[in-house]
Ligand binder design. Structure first.
Ligand code: DUC
Ligand code: ZN
Ligand code: ZN
Length: 476
C-alpha cells in the first residue's frame, strides 16, 4: 500500500493511549498506523514531536450580529485561520436566529458567510431565539434531521432569553428529535435588577460587569435549567461554567442519574474579576459572560476538568476589537458597562493554555488533554469517529506539537481579527507547530500553507450522548 503522506517518528496520543507510531494517510483519511509503513509521496519527520488529533473547538462565535454599531472582529476566514494556528482542525460556530426570523433562512445566511471562506472544517449549532410554534413544530425538527443536531438556548439577554415555558418546549423538541441542548445559564431578571442598581449608583466602569452577574445568578439558572431538563428527561450541556457552585449543581444532577454535561473555558482558569479593574476602558478587554471570578473558582474549574464534571474545554471565542468604537470602546453616548459587547477572543490560545497549564504542569494527562479538547467534542456533537481521534478510517485531522517549545502568548503571535489577546504575557510550554486537515497541511512549521476554502462544512449525526435516560417513557 502506498500513501500520500506518512508522519514518521512521532509520539501519537489519543484520548486513551500514547504510543510511538507512524501515521499513513491516503485521500484525506488515516489508512494505517504502525512501523515501516513503506512508501509515500511525502514523509513528514515528527521525531521528538507529538502527533495529536486536531483540536475541535465546539464553542466559537463567528460573524454574529452583536447589536447596533457593534461588529464582531472575525469573519470565517480570520477565525478559521486563527484556529488553525492554534492547533484546531474544526470549529463549531453558531447560526444565530433573531426574533421573527426563519431558522432555515438563518442557516442559509450563515452558510453564505462561510462558503469558500474557511481554512478548517466547520459545522453549525443553532441558537433558538424565537420559540414559536412554527419554529419548534416544523423548522427545528427538519433542521435536526438535516444534520444541525445541537442548539443553544439563552436564559438571559434582551431578545434572546427564553422563558421557562419556552425552555421546556425547546427541550421537548430536543427529546423528540435526539438533538443536544446547550444552555447559557444566567438569571435574566437578576442581571437586569443589579445592572439598574449599579448604574443608579454611578457604578458604570467595566469592572461592574462582574458585579452585575455574580455567582448566584449563574448558580440559580444552572439549577433551574437542570430541573427543567429533569422534567423533560433530556440531556443538556451547560456551557461556559465559571465557578464551583454552578459546577456542584451539575454534579448533584448527575448524582440523581441525570445526563447533565458541562463545559468550561480558558478564561475561567486564567482570569479573575480583578482583570476587569484596569484603568479607563482596559477592563473591557475581559468582559465576557459569565464573567471571570476568583481564585477559588479557578481551582474549582481545574477540579471539574480533572474529575470529569467538565467533558469539554472550549474557547467561547467571541471576538471584538478593543481599540474600536465598533468593539470594546463604547460608542458615543453609551457610558456604562451594560453596552460593552460580551465576549473575548480565544480560539488560538485555548490549546496552548490547557497544554501548558494542564499537561506540562502535571494537572492533567496528555490523554485527558486530547479528550477535553478534541475527542469529547466529536463524541458530544455527533462527529465521532470521523473526527476527534487518530484511528484507521478517521479523517486525517492532525496537530503536530512541540511539547518542549516555550512561548509567551502575545498579540504579535496571533492570526485573527482582534487587536488584543486577554491572555497576553502568559508563558507556555508546548506549542502546536503544524496543523493538517483531511491530509493537507493548513499550517506547516508555523506558516500558513492552507488555502482559503480548503475547509469543508460537516453535517453531523445525532449524538449518542443526547439519548434520554428513559427513552421509552412518554412525556406526560
Ligand atoms: N455567551 C457566549 O456563549 N458567548 C459570549 C457571550 C455570551 O454571553
Ligand atoms: Zn453563552
Ligand atoms: Zn459563547
Amino acid at each position: 500500500m502506498s500513501f500520500d503522506t506518512i508522519i514518521r517518528g512521532g509520539t501519537v496520543a489519543t484520548a486513551s493511549d500514547t504510543f510511538a507510531c507512524d501515521v499513513g494517510i491516503r485521500d484525506g483519511k488515516i489508512t494505517a498506523l504502525g512501523a515501516d509503513l513503506g512508501a509515500a509521496t511525502e514523509i513528514v519527520d515528527a521525531s521528538g514531536l507529538l502527533v495529536l488529533p486536531g483540536g475541535i473547538d465546539s464553542h466559537v462565535h463567528i460573524a454574529q450580529p452583536s447589536g447596533p454599531g457593534i461588529v464582531m472582529a472575525d469573519d470565517f476566514a480570520s477565525a478559521t485561520r486563527s484556529a488553525a494556528f492554534g492547533g484546531n482542525t474544526m470549529v463549531l460556530p453558531f447560526a444565530m436566529q433573531q426574533k421573527g426570523e426563519s431558522l432555515r433562512e438563518v442557516v442559509k445566511q450563515y452558510h453564505a458567510k462561510a462558503e469558500g471562506q474557511c481554512y478548517i472544517d466547520v459545522s453549525f449549532h443553532l441558537i433558538i431565539a424565537d420559540a414559536s410554534d412554527a419554529v419548534l413544530g416544523q423548522e427545528l425538527p427538519a433542521l435536526v434531521n438535516d444534520g444541525y443536531t445541537s442548539f443553544k438556548v439563552f436564559m438571559t439577554y434582551e431578545g434572546l432569553a427564553l422563558s421557562d415555558m419556552e425552555m421546556l418546549k425547546v427541550m421537548t423538541v430536543a427529546r423528540e428529535t435526539g438533538a443536544l441542548v446547550m444552555v447559557h445559564a444566567e438569571n435574566y431578571d437578576a442581571i437586569r435588577f443589579l445592572t439598574d442598581r449599579l448604574e443608579q449608583a454611578g457604578k458604570t466602569e467595566p469592572k461592574y460587569h462582574a458585579a452585575s452577574r455574580p455567582i448566584p445568578v449563574e448558580r440559580e439558572a444552572t439549577h433551574r435549567a437542570i430541573s427543567l431538563a429533569e422534567l423533560i428527561d433530556v440531556p443538556i450541556m451547560i456551557v461556559h461554567v465559571s465557578n464551583r457552585e454552578a459546577m456542584e449543581e451539575i454534579a448533584r444532577g448527575r448524582s440523581r442519574g441525570l445526563k447533565i454535561y458541562g463545559e468550561t473555558c480558558p478564561q475561567y482558569l486564567m482570569l479573575t474579576e480583578k482583570d476587569l479593574e484596569g484603568l479607563n476602558m482596559e477592563g473591557a478587554k475581559y468582559v465576557c459572560s459569565p464573567p471571570p471570578r476568583d481564585k477559588d473558582s479557578q481551582a474549582a474549574c481545574w477540579q471539574g476538568l480533572q474529575q470529569g464534571i467538565f467533558s469539554l474545554f472550549s474557547s467561547d471565542h467571541c471576538p471584538f476589537r478593543y481599540d474600536d468604537p465598533q468593539g470594546k470602546l463604547l460608542p458615543k453616548g453609551k457610558t456604562s458597562f451594560r453596552w460593552v459587547p460580551n465576549g473575548i477572543p480565544g480560539v488560538e490560545t485555548r490549546l496552548p493554555i490547557l497544554f501548558s497549564e494542564g499537561v506540562s504542569k502535571g494537572r492533567i494527562t496528555l490523554n485527558e488533554f486530547v479528550a477535553l479538547t478534541s475527542t469529547n467534542h466529536a463524541k458530544t456533537y455527533g462527529l465521532y469517529p470521523k473526527k476527534g481521534t487518530i484511528a484507521v478510517g478517521a479523517d486525517a485531522d492532525i496537530a503536530i506539537w512541540d511539547p518542549k517549545r516555550k512561548e509567551t502568548i502575545s498579540q504579535s503571535l496571533m492570526h485573527g481579527g482582534t487587536d488584543y489577546t486577554p491572555f497576553e504575557g502568559i508563558a507556555v510550554t508546548g506549542w502546536p507547530v503544524s496543523t493538517m486537515v483531511r491530509g493537507k497541511f493548513v499550517v506547516r512549521d508555523g506558516k500558513l500553507t492552507g488555502k482559503l476554502g480548503g475547509g469543508d462544512y460537516i453535517s453531523r449525526d445525532k449524538s449518542e450522548l443526547a439519548k434520554p435516560v428513559h427513552p421509552e417513557a412518554r412525556i406526560s
